[in-house]
Design a protein around this ligand. Structure first.
Ligand SMILES: [Zn+2]
Length: 184
C-alpha cells in the first residue's frame, strides 16, 4: 500500500476492499486551508472532510481515468468517470508529487494496468535549511534565495557606503521580513 499519512482508524473501519493509497490534503474543496482524507482501495475512492460518514464515494468501476491538474500555488485531483469529471481533492503545490502519484494509480486502476509503486520522487520535499515546502522539480527554496539576495545587497551597500544608519535600517528590515515571511 502507498501511504504517506496513516489513515485514522475510524475511517479505516468504513472501507471496503484492499487499501492501496491514503493521503491528507491541505486544502478544502472551496480552496480554504483545511484537511480532507482520501483513501483509494481496489473498489472505490473515499473522501472524508471531518469525523463521520464520507463526503464522497466513487466506484472504481465508474472510473475512466484520473488527472492531477496543476494551477498557481496548487492543484486538483480529478476523477474522470462515466458520469463526467469529479473533483476528489485540492492541495497546495507542496503536495503536487503525492497527488500526481494518486492520479497515476487511479488511471492504472481504471484501465486495469499494472499499478505504479510509490517512490521517493512522489514524496513532498522541504528545504533542509528553513523547512519551507519546495516546488515540483526544483531544489531552490525561494525564501532562502530571497534572504541570500537581501543579505548580498546589504553587503554591497555596506562596502560602498560604509555601515551608515540607512543601510543598517534596510538590513534590519530585510532580516525581520525574511524571518516573518516563513510559512507557519
Ligand atoms: Zn529555505
Amino acid at each position: 500500500m502507498a501511504t504517506l499519512d496513516p489513515l485514522p482508524e475510524q475511517y479505516q473501519k468504513q472501507l471496503q476492499g484492499k487499501l492501496l493509497f491514503t493521503a491528507k490534503t491541505d486544502l478544502l474543496p472551496n480552496g480554504h486551508f483545511g484537511a480532507q482524507w482520501i483513501a483509494i482501495t481496489e473498489n472505490e475512492i473515499t473522501v472524508w472532510h471531518q469525523e463521520g460518514p464520507p463526503t464522497l464515494h466513487v466506484k472504481i468501476t465508474r472510473l475512466k481515468d484520473a488527472r492531477a491538474v496543476g494551477a498557481i500555488g496548487g492543484g486538483t485531483l480529478i476523477a474522470d468517470t462515466h458520469d463526467g469529471p469529479v473533483v476528489i481533492g485540492r492541495y497546495t503545490a507542496a503536495l503536487t508529487p503525492v497527488f500526481n502519484f494518486a492520479a497515476k494509480l487511479l488511471g492504472a486502476l481504471a484501465k486495469r494496468e499494472e499499478l505504479p509503486v510509490l517512490s521517493e520522487r512522489d514524496l513532498p520535499r522541504n528545504c533542509p535549511t528553513c523547512g519551507n515546502p519546495l516546488g515540483e522539480g526544483t531544489q531552490i527554496c525561494h525564501l532562502c534565495a530571497k534572504r541570500a539576495r537581501q543579505l548580498s545587497v546589504c553587503f554591497v551597500m555596506r562596502s560602498l557606503t560604509g555601515f551608515s544608519w540607512s543601510v543598517r535600517r534596510y538590513c534590519l528590515f530585510s532580516r525581520r521580513w525574511s524571518s516573518s515571511s516563513r510559512p507557519i
